[in-house]
Design a protein around this ligand. Structure first.
Ligand code: C2O
Length: 557
């Protein structure tokens, strides 16, 4: 669409009686806020003083304008996680990838149209570790008059899961980077900002959801935690999963949800139990014994109307931290709805077949005393991504040389037994490399975990696209036999997928969005360590196949 056409549509949207789209305007003031949670007082970075931040509501086809004003001492950028940003990469948000950060005292208007998507997504800061407190829900309602493909719930609630440190999170990661070792784990998990009573801080309150008997509630679950995958359960109630990452799935019932950082899940709960109070629990999933996690369970309450405030709460046990079967059971139940109205358009013929190893490494670091002269790093295909100082998208569009190279390897530079004994050399190479794709290429990426230091589950997130998760397995991917078992009919479609610990996952997508698109592990510690890369998708030749020109207020580095 050329710029004038966009302006026309924007103008048309302002007359809601003629067209069914609207322009939604929000203002995000990024400000410090003092808060007391989990038995410590600290000052956190927030949007509009709220934790979690404000929910953005829009409908499919709406244009969303968010003016972000930075009133804190940190550079800031905001990512609209899962929004496809067709041709509007300038509004995607990852700092130094699609934009320079918004500097203190400056502002930037994110401007994007939501096309072909409806469901729950979220927004979060995409710089430093500010995401820990700078996040909130993004709810995309279906177009006016278009129903959900499941019975309409009586009520809807946003449920944001988070992770809380008693100390300042920037200090936590800076300390870790100096030492070369892993950062401290969090002190609590939160449900809508509240941990519920936890052992080392018993007086902390919890979130309460009031329900009426017989009614149906849709919970829009978001895992906004930095570093931990979570199980989610409600005592005495089954959850019917209807959507993940803003795509509809074949509904199924379960006791326990698994949700990784960067993932969203809509579930329907029927208030079909006797009056009372029921515990809601979020607890960590980690099936690598050597990796430390925060083992505290966040709790909230489902409160039936007519129940006295002091009546006891029905308890639910949480799965053990290493409950791989519970996690697998959930993941294996996910299928695209694949209806006439919402078909699963899985790419069948693949132009670019890629194998990316994801995992850790160890590099030299003379100043890292605690790490004994070395530091833990992370990589994709053994490349530890180095953040540029100019945004990649700008460098690409304005042809600024020397910012990145287009030689990101499509296969591991050295083949080894990825999930077996680690190779002798654990060091990685460093660089700012992108993998270049022509417009409309079909891509398959097999994400292969490595056992370097330890195998681990990596929730990998791709910006700019949804992908289909066509296959998954343990051990090393076998390109001869494993594709025989791919699901090319109704694989789940999402934007963030867990690479199983010591295994692999195969994803497919159509590169129909020109721009520069980040892909990284959504465990923030791994992103920091370098488990990130970017795809560069060229403009197409057609009239609506190039990235739009950069906005006038695009921040400068
Ligand atoms: Cu939700 Cu690049 O992140």
């Amino acid at each position: 669409m050329d710029f004038r056409v966009r302006v026309l549509i924007l103008a048309a949207c302002l007359l809601p009686s003629f067209v069914e789209c609207e322009v939604r305007r929000y203002q995000f003031n990024v400000v410090m806020k003092n808060t007391t949670r989990v038995c410590s007082t600290k000052s956190i970075v927030t949007v509009n003083g709220k934790f979690p931040g404000p929910t953005i509501y829009a409908r499919e086809d709406d244009t969303v304008l968010i003016r972000v004003i930075n009133r804190v001492k940190y550079n800031v950028s905001i990512h609209w996680h899962g929004v496809r940003q067709l041709r509007t990469g300038w509004s995607d948000g990852p700092a130094y990838i699609t934009q320079c950060p918004i500097q203190p005292g400056h502002s930037y208007v994110y401007n994007f149209t939501i096309t072909g998507q409806r469901g729950t997504l979220f927004w979060h800061a995409h710089i430093l570790w500010l995401r820990s407190t700078v996040h909130g829900a993004l709810v995309i309602l279906p177009k006016l008059g278009v129903p959900y493909p499941f019975p309409k719930p009586d009520h809807e609630s946003v449920v944001v899961l988070g992770e809380w440190w008693k100390s300042d999170t920037e200090a936590v990661i800076n300390e870790a980077l100096k030492s070369g070792l892993a950062p401290n784990v969090s002190d609590a998990h939160t449900i809508n900002g509240h941990p519920g009573p936890i052992s080392n801080c018993p007086s902390t309150g919890g979130f309460s959801l009031n329900v009426s008997p017989g009614k149906n509630y849709m919970l829009r679950l978001i895992n906004a935690a930095l570093n931990e995958e979570l199980f989610f359960k409600i005592a005495g109630h089954k959850l019917t999963v209807v959507e993940v990452d803003a795509t509809y799935v074949k509904p199924f019932k379960t006791d326990t949800i698994l949700i990784a950082p960067g993932q969203t899940t809509n579930v329907i709960v029927t208030a079909d139990q006797g009056a009372g109070k029921y515990m809601v629990a979020a607890s960590p999933f980690m099936d690598t014994p050597v990796v430390a996690v925060d083992n505290k369970t966040a709790t909230a309450t489902i409160h039936y109307s007519g129940t006295l405030a002091n009546s006891p709460t029905s308890f639910t046990a949480t799965p053990p931290q290493n409950a791989t079967p519970v996690a697998n059971n959930f993941v294996n139940s996910l299928r695209s709805l694949n209806s006439k109205k919402y078909p699963a358009k899985v790419p069948m013929k693949i132009d670019h077949s890629l194998l990316f190893t994801v995992g850790l490494g160890i590099n030299r670091c003379p100043s890292c005393k605690a790490g004994n002269g070395s530091r833990v790093v992370a990589s994709v295909n053994n490349v530890t991504f180095v953040m540029p100082t100019v945004a990649l998208l700008q460098a690409h569009v304005q042809n600024i040389k020397g910012v990145f190279t287009s030689d990101f390897p499509g296969n591991p530079p050295h083949a080894f037994n990825y999930t077996g004994a680690p190779p002798a050399n654990l060091s990685t190479t460093t660089g700012t490399k992108v993998y270049r794709l022509p417009y409309n290429a079909t891509v398959q990426v097999v994400l292969q975990d490595t056992g370097i230091i330890a195998p681990e589950n990596h929730p990998v997130h791709l910006h700019g696209f949804n992908f289909f998760a066509v296959g998954r397995g343990l051990g090393n991917y076998n390109p001869k036999t494993d594709p025989n078992n791919f699901n090319l009919v109704d694989p789940v479609e999402r934007n963030t997928i867990g690479v199983p610990s010591g295994g692999w996952v195969a994803i497919r997508f159509l590169a129909d969005n020109p721009g520069v698109w980040f892909m990284h592990c959504h465990l923030e510690v791994h992103t920091t360590w370098g488990l990130k890369m970017a795809f560069l998708v060229d403009n197409g030749k057609g009239p609506n196949q190039s990235i739009l020109p950069p906005p006038k207020d695009l921040p400068k580095c």
